[in-house]
Design a protein around this ligand. Structure first.
Ligand code: FES
Ligand code: FE2
Length: 350
């Protein structure tokens, strides 16, 4: 992560679904340019280590669980969940090597709302989180917000193109042209009030485009609010009376050429569960449309052309870059983060 200014530190990154990490599993992922081991003990407790053995660099993820520790596949060194070495099999009792003085970097992990959040610290040797991972802002019937529906795709690009594509209000009628979402004929002028919010900005509650069929099937008197938050998190909160749907999108950098885009839906409407099989192909298509335009865009980006950001449709992208810079500055200088976004009505056609 060090040396890569395009990836922010001292933030929580959404690394996957809790349910995707089984008991007794060791899983390697790439996160913010680092090889990372996600592990869950048979007892259920999960932890995260750097996936490079401090002895001679073998990936710990290729090892196994032994006595509740992670055993390296090369020489069998064992590591605890906090990264401390617990055992070196080759050492004799009268040899003065203290395994506990050896450790592999560990990353703070939080599991909430069915998601795995990993904190990427500016100082990996001292990874103390200075904030909490965001909650999924939906009413909780049983104390927990449960993911009801998930779609994940890897975009072949660095994180900024995926984030900017996500918040871009002008691409809808072109990239997502479909009878069930937007058509060319449905394009009209829009004016939406935006306000600064925690580490980002919010398009305040408004009635969604009545031209959208997908919104119409939810029925009734709808409002929707869309909030963006660093590093690349988007919360789309749709309310129809007491019924709520929360579309959560996490854009998570794997390395400089790959970004994981995860779309998770939460809802308080049991009836929507019945729609799940219908929803699946729509969401897959929708996320796939965003992925395909990024693949196309790469054909141009190969030649490092200049790019433009215009008023007002590209203002969210401008804000994103300003937010990133403000966050990076606050981490570098140790001063409080100052949100650079000013309240503003953005106007565009889409
Ligand atoms: S490389 Fe891991 S124990 Fe030797
Ligand atoms: Fe899109």
């Amino acid at each position: 992560m060090t040396g890569d200014v395009s990836i922010l530190s001292n933030l929580w990154y959404m690394a996957g679904l809790s349910s995707s990490l089984k008991r007794g599993q060791l899983r390697r992922i790439m996160l913010c340019g680092e090889p990372v081991l996600l592990a869950r003990k048979v007892t259920g407790e999960a932890f995260v280590l750097r996936d490079i053995c401090p002895h001679r660099a073998a990936p710990l993820s290729a090892g196994r669980f032994k006595n509740g520790h992670v055993e390296c596949p090369y020489h069998g060194w064992q590591f605890r969940g906090d990264g401390v070495c617990a055992h070196i099999p080759s050492v004799l009792q009268d040899q003065d090597i203290v395994p506990e003085r050896i450790r592999v970097d560990s990353y703070p992990l939080k599991e909430q709302d069915g998601l795995l959040w990993v904190f990427m610290a500016a100082d990996p040797k001292n990874p103390r989180p200075t904030l909490e991972p965001p909650r999924i802002p939906i009413a909780r019937a049983d104390g927990a917000a449960r993911p009801r529906f998930i779609e994940s795709q890897i975009f072949p690009c660095e994180v900024d193109h995926a984030v900017v594509g996500l918040m871009d209000p002008a691409h809808g009628p072109f990239v997502h042209r479909a009878w069930w979402w937007r058509t060319e004929g449905s394009v009209h002028a829009k004016a939406k009030r935006h306000i600064p919010s925690e580490r980002g900005f919010t398009m305040v509650g408004h009635k969604p485009s009545s031209n959208s069929f997908a919104y119409r099937i939810l029925g009734g008197d709808l409002t929707t609010e869309i909030r963006f938050e660093l590093p690349g998190l988007r919360f789309e909160h749709i309310k129809a009376g007491k019924r709520e749907v929360l579309g959560f999108t996490a854009v998570t950098p794997q390395d400089k050429d790959h970004t994981l885009v995860t779309q998770v839906f939460y809802w308080t409407m049991p009836a929507l569960g019945l729609l799940r099989p219908l929803l699946a192909p729509f969401v897959r298509t929708f996320v796939g449309q965003d992925r395909k335009i990024v693949e196309l865009q790469n054909e141009g980006l190969k030649f490092s052309p200049p790019q433009m950001l215009i008023q007002d449709a590209d203002v969210p992208a401008i804000w994103y870059h300003r937010l990133k810079k403000a966050w990076a500055d606050s981490v570098a200088t140790g001063t409080p983060f100052a949100n650079p976004v000013q309240e503003r009505v953005l106007r565009w056609r889409s």
